[in-house]
Design a protein around this ligand. Structure first.
Ligand code: PDD
Length: 292
């Protein structure tokens, strides 16, 4: 297999030549923003929406790369093309960068921009997609929005990694956490939905505004399924008819158990299957697609 090609501060270089300084504030402090976009059958999905989220996060984080939307779109598509990938995850990582020597002012750093593409991968294995995952409600609470708003797609993910590691150690496949007020938020790499009595519900607050989450809400409207974005508690998950996580990495992933409570009914649930099937059908027909 040939060496992956990465975008590195304005250049496309083979992996062996891609470098990031250990002085970079992204390396030292996890001070950065990232974005993950997917391509399927040569079409990038909702590129504009992903770039809006990226540029919003960068603006709020006071990281100015000088790149405009057109330049970002070019980087995403060119990175996939140079790696010969039509089914791909394209990841952009922007870190605050390196400070001039002796200057501790974070505003003086010059941002570093990296992008790389890997073959499209689902978050769940084939078996997990068919039979569902076991989801743990972790003991760690989500970050308060006045500390680090989860709408930043940031790279400071120690908390998420620890929650995931603890869930795996306990024999679960993934984890969701609660807010300080006790409402369900999200998983380390996905948003969460439940279905109860025909209504699709998802936590409104304390979550990344996932592109897949937004898409599923739109698809539900198309299927005349009522959507309720509001407060969700652990109890709501325990008694749900269907639970699934969703992300750019594979769309819906059914959940068969939440912290020891089995989800009753078939797995994947009926609405989960209908929504997911519509997602893929529309994607494959070019819906919200940008050709590579
Ligand atoms: N994860 N919540 C969190 C914390 C996430 O990191 C992600 C995305 C999502 C789902 O967002 P979207 O539908 O836009 O992919 C929700 C990406 C896929 C990742 O980290 O690889």
């Amino acid at each position: 297999m040939s060496e992956p090609i990465l975008y590195c501060d304005g250049e496309y270089v083979p992996e062996s030549r891609a470098r990031l300084s250990p002085f970079d504030l992204g390396v030292q402090f996890g001070d950065g923003i990232y974005e993950v976009v997917s391509a399927w059958q040569g079409m990038v999905f909702r590129l504009d929406d992903h770039l809006q989220r990226l540029t919003d996060s960068l603006h709020a984080a006071r990281i100015d790369t000088g790149l405009d939307r057109q330049a970002w779109a070019q980087i995403v598509c060119e990175t996939a093309r140079r790696n010969g990938l039509r089914d791909a995850a394209i990841k952009i990582v922007v870190t605050r960068g390196v400070l001039p020597r002796g200057n501790p002012d974070p505003r003086a750093a010059k941002p570093s921009v990296r992008a790389f593409a890997t073959p499209y991968a689902h978050l769940g294995s084939e078996e997990q997609r068919a039979k569902g995952i076991r989801l743990q409600i972790g003991h760690q609470r989500g970050m308060a929005p006045d500390t680090l708003d989860p709408r930043y797609k940031h790279t400071a993910r120690l908390q998420y990694q620890l929650a995931k590691i603890e869930a795996l150690d306990s024999g679960y496949d993934d984890v969701v956490w609660l807010s300080a007020q006790g409402f369900v938020e999200e998983a380390p790499r996905s948003n969460l939905f439940l279905v109860k009595d025909g209504v699709l519900r998802t936590p409104a607050l304390g979550v990344l505004h996932g592109i897949t989450r937004m898409t599923f809400c739109e698809l539900a409207a198309e299927l005349s399924i009522p959507v309720d974005a509001g407060n969700v508690t652990a109890f709501d998950l325990f008694v749900a008819d269907e639970v699934f996580t969703c992300s750019t990495s594979g769309a819906a992933l059914p959940v068969r158990e939440v912290s020891g409570r089995s989800i009753r009914g078939t797995i994947p649930g009926e609405l989960t299957q209908r929504l997911n099937a519509l997602y893929w059908r529309k994607r494959e027909a070019g819906w919200h697609g940008t050709r590579l």
